[in-house]
Design a protein around this ligand. Structure first.
Ligand code: SAH
Length: 487
């Protein structure tokens, strides 16, 4: 073997970063502290090692090629550098080295295996120079063709930032590809879906059903047996459940993760008219039309409200005054309301949700009499009701209207949802809102899952899910097939 063979072995990706400027750019990006221990993978001639050692407490550098022993040990003798001889992947698997951060120009051939090994480690950040195509795949978003299992799993563990492009000319000899310096920062799992993805990637030598079972019994103390029952009843093909995770394609992994690791919704809030009640027109308009309120007065009031000249409560008081003048009584309202219908599946859905332990809310701009007519036991079904309430004399004459506190200034269903969520100790992210018309716009924006139920165009634009079938039961599909989240 001649000396040049020993010097740079292409089989070991011995391509060295010789551009001093790029080396110092990388050091700059690392933001190292004097108290930190840095792990390097693939020491090579020790050029990056040396630059790192100047900036931190200690560098632990792993090198597989013992032909470099004399050179490296001499270079770092008496310095804050510990050289570990061996295969970095095996050493990481054994967890036999301790470190705060990783900074490395690792051999390209182990890129994917290295990232996967990092799933099992905790560190402040990892700054790695990797082939540009690989980094693009790592950081790809789901809309891109290069999005892969690697992207999905890696992004479930790390915040991934591409920091710097490194040209081929920064290396000796020049490699076939340019590279990127990428920073991986471990973070807390954002939700139960991410938690499940992590679990799946860590157990990818297991069959899907067993990994799911273990994840479930670990996360919510289910027995293995009852966890398996949930899995079998969830409608995942048996063939898929029996596959090893490492052999399952991207799309199937994503579907399984969404199915079993969907967000944990705790509260479902409904709009009334047009959602639980099969009537597109709102009660206000129907009564006005019925008694023939002067359209000019109505338009004028609406304009004043929408331009902010009067409050929502003022608007309601004015409307009620018109109705009083026109002799509207409880009877008039009751007769009109009786022409409405409950939406198909409404009661069944409310009862199922209640049984499953969801908190239920009704947030409506309608009038109490509509609710009382169709859901007389609303006070037992809903944990919270926000709706306008008319007051009457004994003979049925209208005396006034109570506008919910949340609406007084401006009808804000978002404010109601946020208030109710906080009373229940959940975040709006954990709430579902089901609605159809434009006054649901603000609440649809703040709720974790917004379901547009045969929605207007404006509401479609903020709906996570759009239901076109006139059946409230359809919403159960989006709450994990009606199953409570196993995770
Ligand atoms: N960090 C140096 C060297 C990069 S070349 C630089 O920036 O210039 C990659 C180095 O990793 C080579 O020295 C090679 O011998 C080493 N190497 C290859 N496979 C390895 C493995 N599995 N574990 C540890 N080192 C490895």
């Amino acid at each position: 073997m001649d000396k040049s063979d020993i010097f740079q072995d292409p089989d070991l990706d011995q391509v060295f970063m010789t551009d001093e400027n790029v080396l110092s750019d990388i050091i700059e990006l690392c933001d190292l502290k004097k108290s930190e221990t840095v792990l390097e993978i693939g020491s090579g001639p020790g050029n990056l090692t040396e630059a790192l050692a100047a900036k931190c407490k200690k560098v632990v550098t792993i090198e597989i090629d013992e032909r470099r022993k004399d050179e490296l040990e001499k270079k770092f003798s008496g310095k804050n550098v510990q050289i570990v001889w061996g295969n970095a992947l095996e050493i990481l698997e054994k967890k036999s080295v301790r470190f705060d951060r990783i900074v490395a120009n690792p051999p390209y051939a182990i890129s994917e295996a290295l990232i996967k090994a990092l799933f099992r480690h905790d560190f402040i950040s990892s700054i790695l120079t990797l082939p540009s195509k690989f980094v693009e795949r790592l950081a790809a978003n789901p809309e891109e063709d290069r999005y892969s299992r690697l992207s999905l799993f890696s992004q479930a563990f790390f915040k991934i930032e591409t920091l710097l492009r490194v040209e081929k000319s920064a290396w000796t000899p020049s490699p076939d590809t340019s590279s990127f310096v990428v920073k991986l920062t471990p973070r807390k799992p954002a939700d139960s879906r991410e938690l499940l993805l992590r679990e799946m990637s860590l157990q990818d030598d297991k069959k899907l059903k067993n990994a799911l079972r273990d994840a479930m019994s670990k996360s919510d103390g289910k027995t293995k047996r009852s966890a398996m029952e949930v899995i079998r009843n969830a409608g995942v093909p048996k063939k898929l459940l029996d596959k090893k995770i490492s052999e399952i394609g991207l799309r199937d992994i994503m579907e399984v993760a969404a199915k079993f690791g969907g967000k944990k919704y705790k509260l479902v809030a409904f709009d009334l008219d047009g959602t639980l009640i099969d009537e597109k027109e709102c009660i206000w308009k129907i009564i006005h039309d019925h008694v023939g309120t002067d359209p000019k007065i109505r338009e004028d009031l609406m304009e004043k409200f929408f331009s902010g000249k009067i409050t929502y409560a003022d608007w309601a008081y004015h409307d009620i005054e018109r109705w009083k003048e026109m002799g509207v009584t409880m009877d008039t309202l009751a007769k009109k309301v009786k022409e409405f219908r409950l939406m198909p599946g409404a009661m069944e859905t409310l009862k199922t949700l209640k049984k499953k332990g969801y908190k239920l809310a009704l947030i409506s701009g309608s009038i109490g009499i509509v609710l009382d007519t169709f859901i007389p036991d609303a006070h037992r079904i809903f944990d919270h009701v926000v709706i306008n309430r008319l007051t009457f004399e004994d003979d049925g004459k209208i005396t006034g209207i109570d506008v919910p506190e949340d609406y007084k200034e401006k009808e804000s269903k978002a404010r109601s949802l946020e208030r109710i969520a906080s009373l229940e100790g959940v975040s709006p992210e954990e709430c579902v809102f089901v609605g159809d018309s434009d006054n649901d716009f603000d609440v649809m924006k703040v709720s974790g899952l917004s379901i547009g139920f045969m929605p207007t165009k404006k509401i479609s634009s903020v709906s996570d899910v759009i239901i076109k079938k006139k059946d409230v039961r359809e919403i159960m599909k989006y709450l994990n097939d009606g199953q409570h989240n196993p995770l």
